[in-house]
Design a protein. Structure first.
Length: 401
């Protein structure tokens, strides 16, 4: 109890320094939140940055005192020496940050993580406690005098605690990643179930048509034998021609999706296009060759296709004659995905990728902005948009390199 009271008293006595650190936490958190729309991500990244900065500063101080024999007073009084240590600190900070980033990204794709729920809350609490413990130790050190022993003990304490924190966060992030993978697999499974149901219906329709084929031909023989061409033409237009339209219905078109050999992508296309059918959107599919490999992270590719198809559906249903055209084309050195939809009104291309822009209302236009962010971070992916003749065309080309 005395220790807590003493710590609280020291924080109050150093309130100016303690409050001064908050802009360093709040301002980056606000900018990160504006970009990611995640409060937990904003707070977490901001806290990690401050903690790494404190750790880096303390490690450099420990080296300066233990190995080089300098003390904090000497460094502060000598301007040249002070700036040398500032530059060294920033270089070390840059190297440390890069190393931690590479270490984490090697095992986990941080950009695709959804930090929310209990796991996200635990990460924020762990980081916040670490920040408070580090800062209280710094205040104690500055009030009791930065002796060599205290600096060494704090250096070991900071490094050990930071290492433990990174292990805890790594375990939590791994857990979140596994949960996300499980959720994605569940979505893919549901999409494939819908696709399987469509194929079963297609098979049933084909069997029914084949069963009636002989009867259809037999019914035409009478008109041919009597040379009643006028009646044959009328019979053909009223009875036979509607059947040909049925052969070109959406159920038969979905069979072309079998050329997509990537299970996850086939599932997304099938579920979205089935939804388009249910909304009475006329769907045209062109996938002439087998698509066996697309050189892009499967999660990012799934998000890109999902966003494109969702936006195409939402735009098409506003039209009097809604339609969608989907093509996946194998080129010599790339794969081209083309998604075209009818549009009710044309909008300037430069506006559609702005954050928050939407024809659906305020703050609902994050889909195409996110699409631009995803494709922008991939060197081998290009995104082109064309609006002409009442059609909205999106072309995503993924190079095979």
């Amino acid at each position: 109890m005395i220790g807590l009271t003493e710590a609280f008293s020291l924080i109050l006595l150093n309130a100016g320094e303690f409050v001064a650190i908050f802009p360093m936490l709040i301002i980056p958190a606000i900018f990160i939140y504006r970009d990611s729309k995640s409060i937990i991500r904003g707070i977490s990244i901001s806290l990690i940055s401050i903690i790494i900065f404190i750790l880096s500063d303390h490690l450099i101080s420990t080296i300066a005192v233990s190995i080089l024999g300098f003390n904090s007073i000497q460094v502060r009084e000598n301007i040249k020496l002070y700036y040398i240590f500032v530059v060294i600190n920033w270089i070390f900070l840059f190297v440390l940050t890069k190393f931690i980033g590479l270490l984490i990204n090697k095992k986990i794709k941080v950009s695709t993580l959804e930090l929310k729920g209990k796991s996200g809350f635990l990460i924020v609490i762990s980081l916040l406690l670490t920040f408070v413990i580090f800062y209280i130790n710094i205040i104690f050190e500055s009030n009791q005098g930065a002796s060599l022993k205290i600096i060494r003990v704090n250096g070991i304490l900071f490094f050990s605690y930071f290492l433990l924190l990174m292990i805890i966060i790594y375990i939590l992030i791994t857990s979140i990643t596994k949960e996300m993978d499980l959720k994605n697999k569940q979505i893919q499974f549901e999409s494939l179930q819908e696709y399987t149901c469509s194929l079963e219906k297609l098979y049933t329709d084909m069997r029914a048509f084949r069963h009636d084929y002989i009867n259809i031909l037999s019914s035409m023989i009478g008109y041919i034998e009597s040379k009643d061409i006028e009646s044959l033409e009328k019979y053909f237009n009223e009875k036979i021609f509607p059947l040909s339209k049925g052969m070109a219905s959406n159920n038969f078109k979905l069979g072309l999706l079998s050329n997509i050999k990537i299970t996850e992508i086939k599932g997304i296309f099938s579920s979205k296009l089935i939804r388009a059918q249910e909304l009475n959107i006329n769907v045209f599919i062109d996938i002439a060759e087998p698509i066996e490999k697309i050189n892009m992270d499967i999660i990012d590719l799934s998000r890109v296709i999902g966003i494109l198809l969702d936006n195409a559906i939402e735009a098409a249903i506003k039209c009097d004659e809604p339609f969608m055209k989907v093509a996946v084309i194998n080129k010599e050195n790339s794969v081209l995905i083309v998604i075209i939809n009818s549009i009710y009104e044309e909008v300037p291309i430069y506006k559609i990728y702005e954050k928050g822009f939407s024809t659906k209302g305020v703050n609902r236009g994050l889909g195409l902005y996110n699409l631009k962010q995803i494709t922008g971070k991939c060197d081998n992916v290009s995104l082109d948009t064309i609006i002409e003749n009442g059609e909205f065309k999106q072309l995503v080309e993924i190079a095979n390199r």
